[in-house]
Ligand binder design. Structure first.
Ligand code: SAH
Length: 461
């Protein structure tokens, strides 16, 4: 190790930055975030520095060695290598901690790249050898660590003392923390349910004994339309933590691949006419698994609250007091529209956009036709393939122009995506061989695809 990583408490301690440009600015911002008692010295300051510090903290002058007196820490960030070295030498001879930008050999300490989830802080350093590498690693960690991870530390902080008193054996204590922070307690806190998290922790602590099973949770997670890159960070994290994943037919293999290897996967199906597990059974299954202490992900295509019956599934959980959270996903309409190059709204063509289901009730599409035929509106039909012909006929019969542009997006956002473009009159005929899932988009916006098409998927014959 060339450097010992330590975290320095500089709150209200006199710190100095010498320099008035962009490099100095970045150091100033950091020191201010750490609540330093900060002074800057330079002959001139860029406006951004002037905004950051009051005039009595900005000394507009050329640096001289005597300026160092009384400082705890100094950063040499001028644009002159020589001046920086002079500052470093003078500081070191006075026992003041010094950092010299871009000169690791003239430093007592170096500044790491940081991932800030205060109070949790990750510092990454390449020992001054390859700052770009440290930054790349930082970018990876940024996407791995939930944005509000620091709140977990707050939750742990609130209970730390009580837990220590109640669970005296250190190994059991560690288990308790792992179970709760990686379980319902953590997920409730991360998803912004602070009160529920506190209640859960209080309860878990009350129940804590070697034999007790802590309650699990159910995360109702939107898997998006198919491309795994369209998952949210939270969805990915939950998939990698889950003990059990109950998934739908619409979830693509590429997404199932991201589930933690030893998690149990339960297919809950739902082909159109062949419900693999009846809804009622799914609702109870989720509740039972959570009660067994499992971290359960209920994974659904698209967004769970858009034609996904997500509401029904969590109603049962809510009634039984089981911790749950909902993670939105990119719904088929957004995903397919984006990947087909068809904006759903557009200043010239559509001011509104309507999502409807073409699912049939008593063998007929169950739609309010008047509301569908509105000028300057885009119509998106989910589950419309089976009733497509009937739907298009009815739209025309109720006054929509047969020339109205219409598109069908098959397996949108996946390598198998295929887009068929026509009009309401021609689409049913063109779409005869389409493979599910398919989404129908009707409206003038469809014409924009000729200009905006970008996604190609795998080349098809
Ligand atoms: N909750 C989902 C919709 C479930 S209903 C969501 O928000 O997207 C199922 C219907 O969604 C399918 O019949 C189809 O119309 C549409 N759909 C879902 N994924 C799709 C995809 N990748 N391509 C085209 N249509 C899709």
């Amino acid at each position: 190790m060339d450097f010992l990583p330590i975290y320095l408490d500089i709150r209200h301690k006199p710190c100095l930055v010498v320099g008035g440009g962009g490099v100095a600015l970045r150091k100033i911002e950091l020191l201010l975030r750490a609540n330093a008692d900060l002074t800057v010295i330079a002959p001139r300051f860029i406006p951004a520095i002037q905004e950051k510090l009051p005039p009595d903290r900005r000394l507009e002058k050329t640096f001289s060695v005597a300026d160092l007196d009384g400082f705890f820490l100094v950063i040499a960030a001028t644009d002159s290598r020589e001046t920086n070295q002079t500052i470093a030498r003078a500081a070191q001879s006075r026992g003041i901690l010094v950092n010299t930008v871009d000169q690791p050999d003239a430093c007592d300490f170096i500044m790491p790249a940081i991932v800030d989830r205060s109070p949790v802080l990750v510092a990454i350093s390449s020992g001054g050898k390859a700052p770009v590498l440290a930054r790349l690693l930082r970018a990876r960690l940024e996407s791995l660590i939930p944005a509000n991870f620091g709140r977990l530390a707050e939750l742990a902080g609130q209970f730390r003392h009580q837990v220590k008193q109640k669970i005296t054996r250190p190994d059991l204590r560690r288990h308790f923390w792992e179970r709760t922070l990686q379980g319902a307690g953590g997920e409730l806190m991360l998803s912004g349910q602070e009160e529920a998290a506190q209640k859960y922790m209080t309860r878990a602590l009350k129940d804590a004994s070697e034999n007790n099973i802590a309650m699990g949770y159910v995360a109702l997670v939107g898997a998006g339309p198919g491309d795994p890159d369209l998952l949210t960070f939270r969805a990915l994290r939950l998939l990698q933590e889950a003990d059990v994943v109950v998934y739908d037919r619409l979830v693509t293999p590429a997404i199932l691949n991201l589930i933690r290897r030893d998690a149990e996967k339960i297919y809950a199906g739902k082909a159109r006419s062949r419900h693999t597990l009846p809804q009622e059974k799914i609702n109870h299954l989720l509740a039972r698994l959570a009660k067994e202490g499992k971290r359960v992900v209920r994974l659904k295509g698209g967004d769970p609250f858009i034609f996904g019956r997500g509401g029904e599934e969590i109603e049962t959980l809510a009634e039984q007091g089981i911790p749950f959270l909902v993670v939105p996903g990119i719904t088929a309409a957004s995903g397919c529209a984006a990947y087909a190059g068809i904006p759903l709204t557009h200043r010239d063509y559509a001011q509104s956009c309507l999502f409807v289901t073409g699912h049939r009730k008593n063998d007929r599409p169950n739609l309010d036709w008047e509301k569908l035929i509105v000028p300057r509106q885009t119509l998106v039909i989910y589950m419309g393939m089976v009733g497509l012909e009937e739907i298009c006929h009815a739209l025309i019969a109720h006054g929509m122009s047969p020339e109205m542009p219409a598109a069908l997006v098959q397996q949108g956002t996946t390598p198998e995506q295929k887009v068929i473009v026509g009009t309401v009159a021609t689409l049913p005929g063109q779409a005869k061989d389409a493979h599910p899932p398919t989404l129908i988009i009707i409206g003038k916006v469809v014409t924009l695809r000729s200009k905006l098409e970008w996604f190609q998927g795998k080349t098809r014959e």
